[in-house]
Design a protein around this ligand. Structure first.
Ligand SMILES: *Cc1c(COP(=O)(O)O)cnc(C)c1O
Length: 418
């Protein structure tokens, strides 16, 4: 277990979270290297077991957790990367990631981002509109090269997840319509600076059933067949990410089950298969460690006011997401039902509601499953410096991003002289 109690204290691998709080302060994100490695290996193993011949690539979705330590760890394990901005491209480059294993997704790539990605020789740009094809063709021509592209196709399957993280339906902003895809591929062949290398899709996030992923894979396989029948050979099929994790009592399909069933849909073709998981790799590999400032007993509710807030972990406020909260040393607290809230001046600033917890002023709590879409969505709202991030490996803990200082918050601002 990456996060578990040992001797009555909650630990990350072999390090007590009390020690982490003492060394790095709170709030602080804490990641388990072993948890990230094992999730990645599970994925890689599933791909090999499902099909021993078909080439495959795991492009970790950088937006889930883009800390350099996480990216460097995954790059060492052989991962490629799914990026959505020039900033993420720079991060992958900063850790020496293999550009030949990078896929660039996103609905609004700027000219500069496309040019940088082409110059970096990424594996593929996943195009999301006809205008983006025209723009990419022009930039590639200017650079004197052929742009390796795929269309991100919207397979129009219902991912049955929270509407904010569903991306594969007709009314979603992502991808090109399934019905238009074949025409777009045919037309793109007329562009000398475009090289069609694959097809992509990504239907949503935190999927807790495998059926939408399998349906999408089947729809994409059918499309690939039609495109190839039209005389356009493709090298890869990118089935996206989106596999859910357990936050509370969800029973997401196993990685093995998803990979095996999706590959079965691809049939006998020997296209390289790409998955771009984010949450499934890092989600349960991190906690947000926070200290209780006050216990406030109200008329209708009891509140635990902690030093972490919605600016540190936005998911509860943004999606009503449920994160398990555990006391780091339960024996020190008083058990009751509490709302866990932060100091930010918004009623939406809560981390958990109506939880049975053992809490004490000055005690520590760990907000679990905070490794994905946690730190990356943090902000400085209420002029709160962003918290640090630490990585644990065995008995060692190291800071992988230091705490911001208050001065850094306004270092880029200035007051006009008039
Ligand atoms: C966000 C994203 C992913 C990762 O989604 P998870 O739910 O974190 O696995 C994969 N592919 C694309 C194109 C994305 O935008």
């Amino acid at each position: 277990m990456s996060f578990a109690y040992a001797g009555g204290v909650y630990c990350a691998e072999g390090v007590s979270l009390e020690d982490v709080a003492q060394r790095f302060g709170t709030p602080c994100y804490v990641y388990s290297r072993a948890a990230i490695e094992s999730a990645y290996r599970e994925f890689a193993q599933a791909l090999v077991s499902a099909d021993r011949v078909r080439p495959s690539l795991i492009c970790y979705s950088v937006k889930a957790n883009s800390n350099l330590a996480v990216l460097a760890l995954l790059a060492r394990l052989g991962a490629g990367f799914d990026i959505v901005s020039g900033g993420e491209l720079a991060r992958v480059r900063a850790v020496g990631g293999d550009m030949g294993k990078v896929v660039f997704s996103g609905v609004g790539k700027s000219e500069a981002e496309i040019a940088r990605a082409l110059e970096a020789r990424v594996l593929c740009l996943n195009l999301e509109s006809e205008e983006e094809l025209v723009r990419t063709d022009a930039i590639a021509k200017h650079l004197g090269m052929r742009a390796p592209v795929a269309f991100r196709v919207n397979p129009d399957v219902d991912a049955k997840t929270h509407p904010y993280i569903s991306t594969g339906l007709k009314h979603d902003k992502f991808g090109v319509a399934y019905a238009d895809a074949e025409r777009l591929y045919r037309e793109a062949t007329a562009r000398p600076n475009i090289e069609l290398v694959g097809v992509g899709c990504h239907i949503g996030s935190q999927l807790t059933k495998s059926s939408p992923l399998i349906d999408a894979a089947a729809r994409i396989a059918e499309l690939v067949e039609r495109i190839e029948t039209a005389g356009i050979p493709l090298a890869h099929v990118d089935l996206g990410g989106g596999i859910g994790i357990r936050y509370r009592d969800e029973t997401p399909p196993s990685i093995d089950e998803v990979v095996t069933s999706c590959l079965a849909m691809l049939g006998e073709g020997r296209h390289k298969v790409i998955f771009d998981p984010g949450r499934a790799i890092v989600g349960n590999a991190g906690v947000l460690l926070t200290r209780v400032e006050y216990i406030k007993r109200g008329e209708a509710k009891n509140f635990v006011v902690v030093d972490a807030a919605m600016n540190d972990l936005l998911r509860p406020a943004l999606y009503q997401a449920w994160h398990e909260v555990v006391a780091v040393r339960p024996s020190d607290g008083v058990e009751d039902i509490y709302d866990v809230v932060g100091p930010v001046c918004e009623s939406g600033d809560f981390l958990a509601k109506d939880r049975r917890l053992s809490a004490a002023s000055g005690g520590l709590l760990a907000i679990r499953s905070a490794g994905a879409y946690g730190m990356v969505m943090s902000s400085n709202y209420n002029s709160r410096p962003r918290c640090p991030e630490a990585m644990v490996s065995g008995a060692r803990a190291e800071l992988v991003r230091r705490r911001e200082s208050v001065e850094e918050l306004y270092a880029k601002e200035s007051v006009p002289t008039w």
